[in-house]
Design a protein around this ligand. Sequence first.
Ligand SMILES: [Mn+2]
Length: 301
Amino acid sequence: MKIVTSGSRYIDIDAYAGCISYSYLLNLKGIQSKAVSTAKLNESITKKLLELDIKLNKYKPTEDDEFIIIDVSDKNFFDNIVKENKITEVIDHHTGFEDYWKQRLGNNSKIEFIGSVVTIIFELYEKENLQDKITKDIAYLMMSAILDNTLNFKAKVTNNRDIIAYQKLEKIIEDSENYASKYFLQCQEIIERDLKKALENDTKIGIVSKKLPNVFSQLAVWNKNNILDKKKLIFDTLNNFGNNWILNLICLEEGKSYIIASNDLVLQDIKNLLNGNINQYYLECEDVWLRKEIIKQSETN
Ligand SMILES: [Mn+2]
């Protein structure tokens, strides 16, 4: 049995959709396979997607199990069920371990630095000429994964191949119009239900850069308005982490970052770094900035 699995701590929609869609492809090819994970599922796997008929499989280990790893290639982070000497294939879009796996697995190592791992899997369906066998449910999962990992195609990691795969998947589902807004609004609902927890879960402490405060929080939502309205909750939550902080609120509908800062001094520093217009307590940027891109910008300027 081929066990298709991913990371150990938690998995996102890219890993989840990747395991399920690749296992489905193997079964179509007549290779017995299961999609399995023992990790926590993060918020990008929305309730609606969990309610689809297609799900992860139950798993009882057997002697002949072989493992296929999706969306991770650093062996320190593999799902606990994985037996390392039984890995037969790795499909990932994170860099760092591509030489190791290429040497060990040859063509069964498929590591490419593009927006979403699901894009690589979609292309494998095409290579087998089985793209017409992709069901609506699988298309929903794969589209959500591409949207999430590319931040609605705004993240700089986005590759043209991600866009092409998405456009082909759109043809499989019925209500493809505005699917991006539907998906990201589902994610936003989870964030808004407990904004304090969402902020706490994505706050990095200990950023080392002279131009940035050492507390750096980030949220990605479809529409910023409900979040900006909760100024007091944001300030109360982040003040608990320290006196100087920023929150990068990514608004995907507009394709912009809004940077909220603990005080005017920090806000002015951020304006010097990223440009944009200050409006009351936040900076409105012209583009989407990811946290890692802002940190990089602060180091190079
Ligand atoms: Mn991914």
